[in-house]
Ligand binder design. Sequence first.
Ligand SMILES: *[C@@H]1O[C@H](CO)[C@@H](O)[C@H](O)[C@H]1NC(C)=O
Ligand SMILES: *[C@@H]1O[C@H](CO)[C@@H](O)[C@H](O)[C@H]1NC(C)=O
Ligand SMILES: *[C@@H]1O[C@H](CO)[C@@H](O)[C@H](O)[C@H]1NC(C)=O
Ligand SMILES: *[C@@H]1O[C@H](CO)[C@@H](O)[C@H](O)[C@H]1NC(C)=O
Ligand SMILES: *[C@@H]1O[C@H](CO)[C@@H](O)[C@H](O)[C@H]1NC(C)=O
Ligand SMILES: *[C@@H]1O[C@H](CO)[C@@H](O)[C@H](O)[C@H]1NC(C)=O
Ligand SMILES: *[C@@H]1O[C@H](CO)[C@@H](O)[C@H](O)[C@H]1NC(C)=O
Ligand SMILES: *[C@@H]1O[C@H](CO)[C@@H](O)[C@H](O)[C@H]1NC(C)=O
Ligand SMILES: *[C@@H]1O[C@H](CO)[C@@H](O)[C@H](O)[C@H]1NC(C)=O
Length: 488
Amino acid sequence: MAVQKLFHISIFLLVCTAKAINPEAEALLRWKSTLIGANPLPSWSIANSTCSWSGVTCDAAGHVTKLHLSGFGLHGTLHAFYSAAYQNLIKIKLNSNNLVGTIPANISLLLTLTILDLSNNNLVGAIPYQLSKLPILVEVNLGNNQLTSPEFDKFLPMFSLKLLSLANNNLSGTFPQFILNYTNVRMQFLDLSGNDFSGLLPDSLPEMVPRLRYLDLSANGFSSVIPRSLSRLQKLEILLLNENNLTGGIPEELGLVPGLRVLSLSDNSLGGFIPASLGQLQLLEQLNIRNAGLVSTLPPELGNLTNLGIPSEMFSNLTNLAVFDVAKNLLAGSIPSQIGNCKEIITLLLSNNNFTGSIPVEMGSLPNLQFLVMSKNHFTGVIPSHIGNATSLKFLAIRSNHLDGELPATMSALINLVALILSGNKFTGIIPNIDNRQLPSAKVAKDKNDNSFMGELPSAFCQLPLLQLLDLSNNQLSGELPGCFWYL
Ligand SMILES: *[C@@H]1O[C@H](CO)[C@@H](O)[C@H](O)[C@H]1NC(C)=O
Ligand SMILES: *[C@@H]1O[C@H](CO)[C@@H](O)[C@H](O)[C@H]1NC(C)=O
Ligand SMILES: *[C@@H]1O[C@H](CO)[C@@H](O)[C@H](O)[C@H]1NC(C)=O
Ligand SMILES: *[C@@H]1O[C@H](CO)[C@@H](O)[C@H](O)[C@H]1NC(C)=O
Ligand SMILES: *[C@@H]1O[C@H](CO)[C@@H](O)[C@H](O)[C@H]1NC(C)=O
Ligand SMILES: *[C@@H]1O[C@H](CO)[C@@H](O)[C@H](O)[C@H]1NC(C)=O
Ligand SMILES: *[C@@H]1O[C@H](CO)[C@@H](O)[C@H](O)[C@H]1NC(C)=O
Ligand SMILES: *[C@@H]1O[C@H](CO)[C@@H](O)[C@H](O)[C@H]1NC(C)=O
Ligand SMILES: *[C@@H]1O[C@H](CO)[C@@H](O)[C@H](O)[C@H]1NC(C)=O
């Protein structure tokens, strides 16, 4: 009897110590118990060994090192998250859940942390400045929440930081000082886009973050010139300044960033013209200067360059260019035949400008061209028969120009077309047999149809396999549309 009692006691002790032995498990379960809704983490149970719980990674000694719970449908706060039990936690990924409430300052007591990703939640309140005390933090992603500005002046230098994203929050004020007060040679990725920052773009980024490769300041209220100094960020590959209030033209110096692959300056009031120097950007894949107020007048500080539209020498080196979007400016001049050098080009958006001249035959030698939008310009002449060689074309819009002549029969070779919009020109002759594929669902756009389809490329629409939109109205074409067009 006594032996049996002793046995029971020792079992009891064993169980107790087994439980007490894992304070990390306890801490995790305590936080889990504060989450709302149906048990989102069924494997998190004392019956299972902690290191087998979903999203939990341990080191050899059985200490929790990583929590990888992206997109687990977690709903609740982080208030009960912190525990002194975590002595080895290096990575927290809780992104893409439904976490609410504030980010508790005590997260900054997790001194071993290198990666913190709380992006894509519904966190509110000020970002705790204490996070800057984490000594070996490498990546911080707090993007896509509703966080407000921290006390930026209490930030400590974060010398280990490589990646910082505060994108799409409710941050305001001027460009965060803490980024500018200390040189950080490790920082490579900085995303402040989609906030309410205002004021000047700083001149000192090349000194403070000299190794920056990715800089996204888009969709804010920055209002200044684009600092010429940005060209000294010699490692820069992606520069996104679109949707701000930037003025003063496109600095020629941007042509001096050798590795630049994406340059987006659209939706600003830049004014000025496209500097030919951009043609030196041999790795450029995307140039987006849509709706940037570019006109043929030259801001005096840019000197006496005479190119009014697209400088012809620009395209000769841009052999990697995939997206060229200059829509909605007042660019004049003709499309340089050197466009034919851009063999990689997929998207060419020239609509809503003042371009003149003819459609270059070289358009036909762009094997990857899928989206060609030239509507609302002053193009003249015929559609060259060469267009039939651009067989990747999905979306061809040349509405509202002064084109004439007959539509080339070669257009029937454009078997990938889903939209063909030619209205508002002076085409004559008969409607070509682009129906030789027996298109079952082509939709004929009616005159004065909704104009909006020209504004954006309806990309979902472009996934469709067959011609979906045909607009030949307001021309002098004769002949009947193939019968199948009317079945829609
Ligand atoms: C761990 O938990 C899951 C979910 O509750 C359960 O199906 C599984 O059997 C448990 N595994 C072990 C080893 O206990
Ligand atoms: C951490 O901070 C939160 C929010 O301020 C608080 O509710 C919680 O009690 C703190 N945790 C610990 C262990 O102090
Ligand atoms: C940065 O420097 C400015 C002036 O040099 C100072 O007013 C500000 O408090 C500093 N901010 C930080 C975060 O150190
Ligand atoms: C953040 O900004 C959005 C849009 O401006 C607004 O709807 C939301 O209420 C703001 N949230 C907070 C917490 O300030
Ligand atoms: C740009 O500046 C004008 C005038 O200062 C202001 O009305 C407008 O809201 C600003 N736009 C943005 C996107 O900040
Ligand atoms: C094209 O690249 C060469 C070699 O880098 C350079 O010398 C030339 O200036 C570039 N041309 C243009 C128009 O930028
Ligand atoms: C433009 O050229 C004119 C005449 O060649 C010259 O007088 C003027 O200083 C130049 N302007 C600039 C900004 O370089
Ligand atoms: C655009 O072109 C039209 C017709 O050629 C011309 O009347 C107009 O002045 C041009 N606009 C600008 C801003 O160059
Ligand atoms: C492109 O089309 C034109 C006219 O249709 C034709 O003469 C030419 O050979 C074609 N070029 C290529 C490379 O296929």
